[in-house]
Design a protein around this ligand. Sequence first.
Ligand code: ATP
Length: 323
Amino acid sequence: VKCVGILTSGGDAPGMNAAIRAVTRAAIYNGLQVKGIYRGYKGLITGEIQEFKSQNVSNIIQLGGTILKTARCKEFLTPEGRKVAHETMVKEGIDALVVIGGDGSLTGARIFAQEYDIPCIGLPGTIDNDLFGTDTTIGYDTALNTILEAVDKIRDTATSHERLFFIEVMGRDAGFLALNGAIASGAEAAIIPECSTEVDQLEEFIKSGYRKSKNSSIVIVAESEITGGAMHYAERVKNEYPQYDVRVTILGHLQRGGSPSAHDRILASRLGAASIDAILEGQRNVMIGIENDQVVYVPFTKAIKNDKPINKELVNVLRTLSI
Ligand code: ATP
C-alpha cells in the first residue's frame, strides 16, 4: 500500500476531525501518501479528492463536525455507483481506504472491499454507540456530555414549575445515550428500545411511585420507532394521568455538535493511528475498536450486524437510584 484515502460518511459525530488528523499523520509518519475524499462516498464517485499533508490537519483536533464533510450517497448503494468509485480510486492511485462512520457506512465499505479486493478499514464514528466490538464509538462521549448539560438546565425549570418532562435523545435504535444520560443526570427513568418488549416502561415508572417525594421528574426517552419517542409518552400521560403537568423537549441535532471531549479525542487518535498499523500489517476489512483499553480488530460482519447489548446492570442502577 502506498496511498491511503480517508472519508467520513453518514451522520457526523464530534471527534471525526481528530480521527482524520490521526489517520493522516500516522500515514505520513509511516511514509504513506494520504488523500482526503470529500462528502463521503459521493466524493469517491465525483472525484472530489485532495492530497493531505500534515498541515492540512493542523488545528482541527478541537473542532466538531468533519472538515471532509459528510453525506449520504444513494449511488454507492448500486454496483454501477461503486464501479465509478473504484475507477476514481484507480485514477487517484488510492490503494487502501479508511472509512469513518456508522453502521451504514461500514456496510458500504464491507461490500466495496469484497467486490474490488481493496483493503478497507473502518473507524466507528457515530454518537449512537451502536457498533459491536468497541466499548464506545467516536462522538458518543461528547454527545452524552451535551445531553447532560441540556438536562441539567431543563431540571431547573422542571423543578420550579413541578413538571414532568420527557426529554428525547438520539441513538437510532440504541438506548446507550438515553440510559447513561439518565444515570448521569439523575433522571427518574429512561425509556429505551432494548427494554420495550419486557415491560411497559411508562407504567413501571408511574407505578414505582413517581412524585411521591419529588417536585419534578425527568424521563429520558430514546428516539426510536420501537419506543415511539417522547411525544408518544407525553400523549399517553396526558390521556391516562391528566393530573400531571407534562412537557416535552426533543434535543435533536444539538447532540451532534460541539468540540469533542478529551475521551473522544483520545479515542479518535488511538483508532486513527491503529488504522494505519492495521493497513501496514496487511489487515483487511475490519473495524478498529477499543475494548478494555486494548485496540482490537473487529471483522465488519461482526461489528455491523450484532445488536450491541445494553448492560443490564446499568438499568438496575438507574432503577435503584431513582427512588
Ligand atoms: P449514522 O449511524 O451516524 O447515521 P451511518 O454510517 O449508519 O451513520 P447511513 O446513512 O446508514 O449512515 O450510511 C451512510 C452511507 O453509507 C450511505 O449513504 C451509503 O452511501 C453507504 N451505505 C449504507 N449502506 C450501504 C449498503 N448496503 N451498500 C453500499 N453502501 C451503503
